[in-house]
Design a protein. Structure first.
Length: 217
């Protein structure tokens, strides 16, 4: 349960950080295509989860030590992402978003769905999130299988995505008109929290390595 709560928190921080998915949801909100666009984004995340889960559970099951390696790499990657977010906070420009939306007037709801699928499904950051971050919250001693844990955590991430992206899409006009700098502050706060979490994860991995080294000696 602790792992699930911790992953929910980390996932929510990532989802709340403005990026390509946010920009697409905002554009769809300006053209009344939120449901189609966000559905496409979610399908892309599901596709990425299936690709990662299909092989990740088997690999970790055969070599539990690999979990430690992947977890350590993931913690360092998380630290890098946190620093990047904090130093370069995202901002939303109403002019740019309106120009983008106007250029897509001829898009059908099917077009919005397919494009959303491609934006998230082909985004390397989505694969890195699942591949690098999921092992951080998977237990080799749990009663459930690796794949079951992966799909459970993936479902939590999908719920987070759907909630935030639908809110962003439907509230895009209000956000752009009244609080154009909101994304910057969300990025800075999220970046600082991600950095703190990554440092905790790194320290935990170092403690595990130290314990294993002591046992070997």
């Amino acid at each position: 349960m602790d792992n699930i709560i911790a992953f929910w928190f980390v996932s929510m921080l990532f989802v709340m950080t403005p990026g390509a998915d946010w920009a697409y949801a905002i554009s769809s909100g300006l053209k009344n295509a939120v449901v189609s666009a966000v559905s496409g984004l979610l399908l892309g995340h599901i596709a990425a989860l299936l690709v990662v889960a299909t092989g990740l559970g088997v690999i970790i099951h055969k070599n539990p030590q690999l979990l430690l390696l992947i977890s350590t790499i993931g913690a360092v990657y998380l630290l890098w992402i946190g620093i990047k977010i904090f130093k370069n906070p995202a901002t939303i420009s109403s002019g740019q978003e309106n120009d983008s939306a106007n250029a897509q007037d001829s898009y059908t709801h099917k077009d919005w769905l397919i494009k959303g699928l491609c934006i998230s499904g082909l985004n390397p950051k989505v694969f890195l999130l699942f591949f690098m971050m999921l092992p951080q919250f998977i237990s080799t001693n749990a009663a459930t299988s690796m794949n079951s844990q992966i799909f459970t955590l993936g479902t939590i991430h999908m719920i987070n995505c759907s909630i935030i992206y639908f809110i962003v899409g439907f509230a895009s006009k209000a956000l752009l008109q009244s609080r154009p700098q909101a994304a910057m502050w969300v990025s800075r706060i999220s970046g600082g929290l991600v950095i703190a979490i990554s440092l905790i994860l790194i320290s935990e991995q170092l403690m595990i390595v130290q314990d294993q080294w002591i046992k070997v000696i």
